[in-house]
Structure formats: structure tokens, C-alpha cells
Design a protein around this ligand. Structure first.
Ligand code: BG6
Length: 464
């Protein structure tokens, strides 16, 4: 089915932080690439006028990626601004007026979820929801019940195919490359299952703290901030079956099937941590029990994966910044070539700071076939930055109506179902030192062969 291109972009939260850091740079890049030529209407309650919004946009471009004079001129001519309260129908009458003859606007909610209902209702009542698309930012809810409630609010005004739930991780090239690599190489398929794979570990390490987002982060924590969304998406890319077709629904169907095969995580399969000093961060409550680190183990109970443990770990203020998926194969049987313990073969997908796909193999030392050294075959390795920044890709795809890289209702709800019980359970939160690999308790949950330090490619010794 050919989708209609949106004929206007309305973005709520135009004076906010996300607009400043990500959205204006993405809009300029889209103009430059020829992907944006429709009016862009910023909406916020700041007491501003259009010139002030343009000044802010210009400043944002200068600070984040650089101003391109020609592209900025074009973007500036597309910008409109509506100032007003989201509870006031006059704000939405003004939006409708700015939309002019646009029949298929895309509304982008770059605002807190607590405001969604107000805005959606007003869009509906002002006649701006009909024929429109809805783009929503994460976090999409804070548990299963709130995600279901948000979905009901959106579905009152927009059909599911017109709702685009952002997970910017899906717009990253290396995240998409995982899927192409799996399905474009026939040698992999016979090995990609419980008979050959020993374990999978997914690490998202960040060497920085909450970066001034204490108030937001303290309501969120690592499980909700990155595991339930970004890292589950990596897991699905690694584990899903080949989609029957290339359309967005076929791809998203396969991802949902992976989540459906996962039981809710029990407290024994989760370790939570908090870096020392977190509670002194502005916006963080004294005595906070929010986790800045989480490590968990789960299993996908499918014919392909049953019995293969998946380990997922994410944290702030760890020793390095790196996201990587490591798939370890079972060891070869003992033969004359395998005296002592053989290293495990592996395939690793590095998502950031660079984009790499590599295979770990063992090769005989010249002249001594009983001794081997581990070697990596690098299939691809690209430095960042990528061709298209995630936000440019997200907005470009939403405007053309391609849902492939957006989370569907059933996916989001399944992902919450898996983490919901442990979010409510109040498992202990263990302190850890800044720039360590999380609390020592996380070692108890380590994969066979240990957690990998992505930058060293080696296992992290206990107590590091
Ligand atoms: C965001 C989280 O969704 O993803 C942040 O809120 C996290 O806490 C960020 O740092 C990581 O994404 P990226 O693209 O910056 O690696």
C-alpha cells in the first residue's frame, strides 16, 4: 500500500530540550536531503513569538552539528509557531489555522506523557486529528497499565497504523545491520539456535551519569529508560525469525513473537544497582531507590532458543561507553586440536561507539597445531557518526508513513509485561563505585564464561 506523505509537521514541545538538542538538527538535515518541504509548526507555552522560536532553532543548530546557511534559510521559511496552553481550545484553533489546507498533518508529541491525553483530545475536537499521523516520544508509559492507558488514549483519535512510537535505537544503522547480517548470510542460519549457541549477552555501558536529567531519571531508572525499549529491540533483532515479507507489519509481527515467548522476569534474575553519589544529583530524591544499573537474565521459550540464557546489562557511570551484543557459541568437542579449554567462537555486533560485526575464531600457531590463538574476523567496521542521525531517520520515516522502525502497540505492551513484576517488586538496589562494572552482586548473575568488557573483548574479573 502506498502511504500518503504528511503535508505538515506539528511538533508539541517546540521550546523544550529535545527540540533544541535533536529535533531542529534533524529538521535541518531533512531539508538538506530534500526530505522536508512542508510547513513545520512548533507549539509550546512559553510566551514566545515566531522570531524567538527561530532564534532558538538557529542557536540549536549552531550548538548541535552546525548551521548550514542554505538549509537553514529553507527551514526558517517553513517554520511557524503557536504559543498557548495545551488545555486551551484557542491554542488548537490556532494550530488548525496554521495548518491551512493541510489534510494529513503529522503531530509529534515531544512532551511528557502526562500531557498526551489533553493534546490528543484537543486535536480531535479541533478537527486536526482526522487523516493525521501521531508521533510519540518515549518513555511510552511507566508500566504495563500506564502503557495500555496511553494506547487507549491515542487509539481514540488515531488508528494503530497512524501511530508512530519512537525508539530512536531502531533508527541506528548498526541496529538494522544486525538483521541484514543474519538474513543475508546462509552460513549463519544452521548455527543460529539452541544447538550451537551457548549464551547471548547485551551490554549498554555509559561512562557518564544522569547529565542534569536527575528529575526525569529518578522517575525512570535503567529498566524503563533503556532496557525495556532499546535493549529489548536489540534482543529481538538477534532472536526473531525471518519475516515472511519486507513490510513493516511482517517485521513487527516477528518481533512480537519473540517477546511473547518470554516469561516475566523473576526477582532472582535481576540485580539492580545505584552509583555512589547519585542521590546528590540535582532532581534526585534523597533515599531514592531508582536503579542506575541493572543486569538481568531471561529465556526465550521458543524452538530456536529454549535453554539459551540471554543476559542484559545497562548502567550509568560504568568504565566506558559502549553498546554491544555478544553471541557465544558452544565449545568444540575435545580432539587432538583442542587440548585444554578451547576459546568459544562468537559473533559480536557493536552498536556504538563504532559499528562493527565481527566473528571470534581460533587459529593454529604457525608450526604448532596444538596451540591456537584467538583471532577476530571483522565483517564490517564503520566509525560513527552514521550517515543519518536517528532523529532524522525517525522523522523522515514517520512523514512518509513507514512504520518499520517504530514500536507497535502489542510490542510495547508485551515488553512491559516482561518487566512489570520486577518493577513493582522492589528488589534490592546495591551501591556501586563510579566507573566500576556495577555492584559486585551483578557477578552472581554473570553468563557462563563471565561478562565481557566490550572494549577489551575480555571477561571482567569479579570485583572489578
Ligand atoms: C535514551 C536514554 O533513550 O538513550 C538515555 O534516555 C541514554 O539515558 C540514551 O543515554 C542512549 O542513546 P544513545 O543514542 O545516546 O546511545
Amino acid at each position: 500500500m502506498t502511504e500518503t506523505h504528511s503535508d505538515a509537521l506539528v511538533f508539541f514541545g517546540a521550546t523544550g530540550d529535545l527540540a533544541y538538542k535533536k529535533i531542529f538538527p534533524a529538521l535541518q538535515a531533512m531539508v538538506k536531503r530534500g526530505a522536508l518541504a512542508v510547513p513545520v509548526i512548533g507549539v509550546a507555552k512559553a510566551g514566545w513569538n515566531l522570531d524567538q522560536l527561530k532564534d532558538r532553532a538557529k542557536d540549536s543548530l549552531e550548538k548541535h552539528g552546525g548551521l548550514d546557511a542554505a538549509a537553514w534559510e529553507r527551514l526558517s521559511s517553513l517554520l511557524r509557531y503557536v504559543d498557548g496552553d495545551y488545555a486551551d481550545p484557542a491554542t488548537f484553533a490556532a494550530v488548525r489555522k496554521e495548518l491551512g489546507g493541510a489534510q494529513h498533518p503529522a503531530h509529534y508529541l515531544a512532551i511528557p506523557p502526562s500531557l498526551f491525553e489533553k493534546v490528543v483530545d484537543q486535536l480531535m475536537h479541533s478537527g486536526s486529528a482526522k487523516g493525521a499521523r501521531m508521533i510519540v516520544e518515549k518513555p511510552f508509559g511507566h508500566d504495563l497499565a500506564s502503557a495500555q492507558e496511553l494506547n487507549q488514549i491515542l487509539l481514540r483519535a488515531f488508528p494503530e497504523r497512524s501511530i508512530f512510537r519512537i525508539d530512536h535505537y531502531l533508527a541506528k544503522d548498526p541496529v538494522q545491520s544486525m538483521v541484514s547480517f543474519r538474513f543475508a548470510n546462509s552460513f549463519l542460519e544452521p548455527l543460529w539456535n539452541r544447538d550451537h549457541i551457548d549464551s547471548v549477552q547485551i551490554t549498554m555501558a555509559e561512562s557518564f551519569g544522569v547529565q542534569g536529567r536527575g528529575a526525569f531519571y529518578d522517575q525512570t531508572g535503567a529498566m524503563r529508560d533503556v532496557i525495556q525499549n532499546h535493549l529489548f529491540q536489540l534482543m529481538c533483532n538477534l532472536a526473531m525469525e525471518s519475516p515472511a515479507r519486507r513490510d513493516s507489519e511482517s517485521i513487527r509481527d516477528e518481533k512480537v513473537k519473540v517477546l511473547k515467548a518470554i516469561s516475566p522476569i523473576g526477582p532472582g534474575n535481576l540485580v539492580r544497582g545505584q552509583f555512589r553519589g547519585y542521590q546528590d544529583e540535582p532532581g534526585v530524591a534523597k533515599g531514592s531507590r531508582t536503579e542506575t544499573f541493572a543486569a538481568l537474565r531471561l529465556e526465550i521459550a521458543s524452538w530456536r532458543w529454549a535453554g539459551v540464557p540471554f543476559y542484559i546489562r545497562a548502567g550509568k557511570n560504568l568504565p566506558e561507553t559502549c553498546t554491544e551484543v555478544m553471541t557465544r557459541f558452544k565449545r568444540p568437542p575435545m580432539t587432538k586440536f583442542s587440548e585444554g579449554e578451547m576459546p568459544q567462537n562468537y559473533i559480536r555486533f557493536r552498536i556504538s561507539p563504532d559499528s562493527t560485526i565481527a566473528m571470534g575464531v581460533s587459529v593454529a600457531v604457525a608450526g604448532d597445531d596444538a596451540r591456537r590463538h584467538p583471532t577476530e574476523l571483522v565483517a564490517s567496521s564503520e566509525p560513527y557518526p552514521e550517515d543519518m542521525e536517528p532523529y532524522e531517520r525517525v522523522l523522515t520515516d514517520a512523514l512518509i508513513g513507514d512504520s518499520s522502525i517504530f514500536a507497535r502497540q502489542d510490542y510495547v505492551e508485551e515488553a512491559w509485561r516482561i518487566v512489570d513484576p520486577v518493577l513493582r517488586d522492589g528488589t534490592p538496589v546495591h551501591p556501586y563505585e563510579v566507573h566500576s562494572w556495577g555492584p559486585p552482586e551483578a557477578m552472581k548473575l554473570a553468563p557462563p564464561g563471565g561478562w565481557v568488557d566490550p572494549l577489551l573483548g575480555a571477561c571482567i574479573p569479579a570485583g572489578a
